[in-house]
Design a protein around this ligand. Sequence first.
Ligand SMILES: C[S@@+](CC[C@H](N)C(=O)[O-])C[C@H]1O[C@@H](n2cnc3c(N)ncnc32)[C@H](O)[C@@H]1O
Length: 215
Amino acid sequence: MRLAPRDLNAFVRRNRLRVERQLLLIRELIREPRDMGMLFPSSSALADEMAGALSPHMMRSGAFIEIGAGTGPVTEALLRRGLPPERMIVVEKSPVLADCLSKSFPNVRVLCCGAEEMRDYIGGSFRARAVISSLPFRSLPAEAGSSIMSEIEAVLEPGGLYVQFTYALIGEMPHVPPIFRKVRSRFVMYNIPPAKVEVFRKPKWREAPRDCEVG
Ligand SMILES: C[S@@+](CC[C@H](N)C(=O)[O-])C[C@H]1O[C@@H](n2cnc3c(N)ncnc32)[C@H](O)[C@@H]1O
């Protein structure tokens, strides 16, 4: 089978981009191994499973935050699913990767900061309909993990979704607030290594304190 010159150009461009992104990830992995927590970019199957947690109905309004976007495979999947770029905020701690994301997604607001401080940038009263996270909670120091999770809980609107992937196929996701309810858990075999995507919902109402209970 012979490729037409136009197809060949597109093929070369796509693969050059893939290699460039892989090299960026390796560089960052050498610099900050605990922050990266992975060797390969997320596959499109994994990225699509993460994006698929958002229903077309919930995407009709509100804001969405992606954290730990790396080189952007999940960002790409969210946009492919129809999320308007102007309602997305992407948070990435590595300046090199944040710069790569800004160039790849010029219409998306990219914040170069730690997820634990994102409300300092977007405002304390900001609420998101969903937080989609590729953060490697299992390799981050426990203290950092729990402060990021408090930030996620604070930024989510009541009833909002928290979507997280992990390479740990068994066991529970660390740091998830006990009031969150797990609503979905799916394996993704087409990824190196295979992964699991879990979706949690923040409750719509806070439980009333015990002394407020009506008898
Ligand atoms: C598992 S990698 C991202 C994978 C991404 N899906 C990909 O395929 O490129 C985790 C990302 O989280 C970022 N990260 C780590 N700690 C962070 C933090 N506290 N706040 C924001 N981003 C963080 C790392 O820089 C890295 O890009």
